[in-house]
Ligand binder design. Structure first.
Ligand code: C2E
Ligand code: CA
Ligand code: CA
Length: 512
């Protein structure tokens, strides 16, 4: 083409078309160069090169975007994984377990077998945590999760629900197989766990619930939970299969809870008192206050049937407050009726939660002052297990109570997880040896040696021993021969209302 001949060069149209296609994103569009090798051809080649370069840049961008997207996706998967697994054990968490249960219910009984949920709660984990520390506790949890995984199939889900509570979803297994797996899990826990130089034993209570048509994932979890609580109630370390009757037991508990809430306010609680006797003289040295619940319909309910519920629900704080006020008021009455009893002491049982009640010290102090009772006349009985696991808060309360002049006593000694060293560390002065230790005292020489050793141990720690549960003259005589100074038990007197106690304590009735 020469300038001014008026005929348009067709290559110009191709050029414009090519540029438009490139601009539209068709990066592989190329314009055919001619053989004229003139300025237009130069522009065509330039545009083609530009197209090529654009293509490279575009491919490069696409690759980078793809890499970034893959990275984001991986992070998302990781985050999802983290949100659905337990960091310590790597097991599924509650969320993931719940999803899997829902899936299992939805895909239904393809295998002909309903899905089952198993919930396991360790029985004595708190004691391990408190005595050996949290890293030891963690090591136990990791080991337990490993053992649980080893007893289920790969297709089953094992989860940690939190704390020392685990769960497993078992699919496609018959009822017999589910029970077998549960028992294997139970068995796997019986073996000891080695942590550094320490060896600990754990046991677990297991509840199982099988899926029934119409039951939701939530129902299934709740059923397993109820069965697990039943296992605990049956003395722990057992396996229980959910049965609808168990729901009644749960309702019964909530009924008791509701009624117990009212009991103190409506005057249904009463204290009975059991003498603590000086073995040599038979003199009553004090009494232990034991709470009774006079229920308008059910009659008298013993503490073993409601103290546990009161502790679980927190009602124990109110109950304990009532026992403290009532007991000290009674002591004040006795003091006026029998002024000769100068060192007569009142023992009151204190639950773990009460030690952490913020107003405990003030309450004890005020109640004693109001009733004009010297602090040394009050002995607080605190169970061995509480004292073993005492944390700084509890230790401080114990020391402050001690500083107040109140007596502290280790209760139920010999039933729990005993360690000798703690005997010297807590600010107690007396130790009550549990009645289970003297059961076969008359007939079993081995037991005699054992009790004798325990009494020596207590005396070596410069503490005074009281043995509880003395039922026969022979037990009393043997204990006295072993050097035990104080005793308590049906042989000396059953717990009785305050009125019946006065005759005994004022010495008008002959003592054994
Ligand atoms: P515990 O502190 O070990 O109290 C001793 C229990 O042994 C009492 O049972 C008593 O009646 C019973 N006992 C006394 N002598 C004998 C005997 O010779 N043989 C036998 N087999 N048993 C004897 P109780 O009154 O049923 O109290 C049971 C538990 O309830 C108490 O055990 C204590 O842990 C708790 N408890 C009772 N009252 C209170 C309270 O006011 N507050 C708290 N926190 N717990 C309480
Ligand atoms: Ca007691
Ligand atoms: Ca006891």
């Amino acid at each position: 083409m020469s300038p001014g001949d008026g005929v348009e060069d067709p290559r110009l149209e191709q050029l414009v078309d090519g540029i438009v296609r490139l601009a539209a994103g068709e990066l592989n569009a190329r314009i055919e160069p001619s053989d004229q090798r003139d300025a237009i051809d130069a522009v065509i080649t330039g545009v083609n090169l530009l197209g090529e370069e654009l293509g490279h840049i575009y491919t490069d961008l696409e690759e980078r975007v793809a890499a970034r997207t893959a990275m984001l996706r991986r992070t998302q998967v990781e985050l999802e994984h983290m949100a659905k697994t337990d960091a310590l054990t790597g097991l599924a968490n509650r969320t993931l377990l719940n999803e899997r249960i829902q899936d299992a219910i939805r895909s239904g009984t393809d295998s002909g077998h309903a899905p089952a949920v198993l919930i396991l709660d360790l029985d004595s984990f708190k004691a391990i945590n408190d005595t050996l520390g949290h890293s030891a506790g963690d090591a136990v949890l990791v080991e337990v999760s490993r053992r649980l995984r080893s007893v289920v199939r790969a297709s089953d889900t094992v989860a940690r629900l939190g704390g020392d509570e685990f769960a497993a979803l078992i699919t496609g297994a018959s009822v017999d197989d589910v029970m077998l797996i549960a028992h294997r899990a139970w068995e796997a826990l019986q073996e000891s766990v080695d942590i550094g130089t320490e060896t600990v034993w754990t046991t677990g209570s297991i509840g199982i619930c099988l899926h029934d048509p119409g039951r939701s994932a939530e129902d299934l979890m709740r059923g397993a939970d109820i069965a697990m609580y039943q296992a605990k109630a049956e003395g722990r370390n057992t396996v229980q299969l959910f049965h609808p009757d168990m729901l009644n037991a749960v309702q019964e508990r909530s009924r008791i809870t509701a009624e117990l809430r009212m009991a103190a306010a409506t005057g249904q609680l009463a204290l009975h008192y059991q003498p603590v006797v000086e073995l040599a003289s038979g003199k009553v040295a004090g009494v232990e206050a034991l709470v009774r619940w006079h229920h308008p319909v059910r009659g008298t309910i013993m503490p073993d049937s409601f103290i546990g519920i009161a502790e679980e629900t927190g009602l124990i704080l109110e109950l304990g407050r009532w026992v403290l006020h009532e007991g000290i008021a009674q002591l004040s009455q006795w003091k006026h009726l029998a002024p000769q009893l100068t060192d007569f002491r009142l023992h009151i049982n204190l639950s773990a939660a009460e030690l952490l009640r913020s107003d405990l010290l003030a309450d004890v102090n005020e109640t004693l002052t109001k009733n004009d009772i010297e602090p040394s006349r009050l002995v607080l009985e605190i169970t061995e297990s509480v004292l073993m696991s005492r944390r700084t808060g509890e230790q401080q309360v114990l020391e402050k109570l001690r500083a107040l002049g109140v007596g502290l006593q280790i209760d139920d000694f010999g039933t729990g997880y005993s360690s000798i060293s703690y005997l010297r560390e807590i600010p107690a002065e007396t130790v009550k040896v549990d009645h289970s230790l003297i059961k076969n005292l008359e007939t079993d020489p081995q037991q005699q040696k054992f009790v004798s050793a325990i009494l020596q141990l207590i005396s070596a720690a410069e503490l005074e021993a009281i043995v509880e549960g003395i039922e026969t003259a022979e037990q009393a005589a043997r204990l006295q021969a072993m050097g035990c100074l104080y005793g308590q038990g049906y042989y000396y007197g059953r717990p009785a209302p305050a009125a019946a106690i006065l005759d005994r304590i004022s010495g008008s009735e002959p003592q054994r």
